[in-house]
Design a protein around this ligand. Structure first.
Ligand code: RB5
Length: 169
């Protein structure tokens, strides 16, 4: 699998260990940094990884920040991204089986190396179940598509369904 990985300064120490682990597993890894301990803004790193996943340059992404949360919020702004914050092997497994998650966001501050390695392994090895879950994931993509098409929505306070109701009258 081709995997893009990135972290802010909080994930600076753990990321190279996970890069080595991924390569050991036989994956092709694109490491977008950060490559120093100086503080960087997590949205910049999240965007770099998410764009690679979104464009199909890589199959999956892995992101680290202090909590895993900021990276997740930022990555999910990019089209086609289903980024998830996982804290244990069960959430990692379910995020793949039911949500077809394509970016894994991890806390560098709150999780130990052993647990992180386990989460990564489970997340990469668990297939998407498809079936009824595919229908639900497709609905997420449909919302995204509709929002993109209506990006010049005249009244941002008005919900799309309200807008459509108005148009139908
Ligand atoms: C950086 O201080 C920290 O805010 C960041 O690593 C992350 O935890 C944000 O969600």
């Amino acid at each position: 699998m081709r995997i893009a990985i990135g972290s802010d300064h909080r994930g600076y120490s753990i990321r190279p260990k996970i890069v080595a682990f991924l390569k050991n597993m036989g994956h092709e890894v694109i490491d977008v940094g950060t490559f120093s301990q100086s503080p960087v803004d997590y949205p910049d790193v999240a965007e770099a990884v998410a764009r690679k996943v979104s464009s199909g340059e890589v199959d999956r992404g892995i992101l680290f920040c202090g909590t895993g949360l900021g990276m997740c919020i930022a990555a999910n702004k990019i089209q086609g991204i289903r980024a998830v914050p996982c804290h244990d092997d069960l959430t990692a497994e379910m995020s793949r089986r039911h949500n077809d998650a394509n970016i894994l966001c991890l806390s560098a501050d709150l999780l130990g190396e052993r647990l992180i390695t386990r989460i990564v392994e489970v997340w990469l090895n668990t297939p998407f179940e498809g079936g009824r879950h595919a229908r639900r994931v497709e609905k997420i993509a449909a919302i995204e598509k509709e929002l993109k098409e209506k990006c010049c929505c005249p009244d941002p306070q008005q919900s799309f369904s309200e807008e459509n109701d108005t148009k139908a009258q």
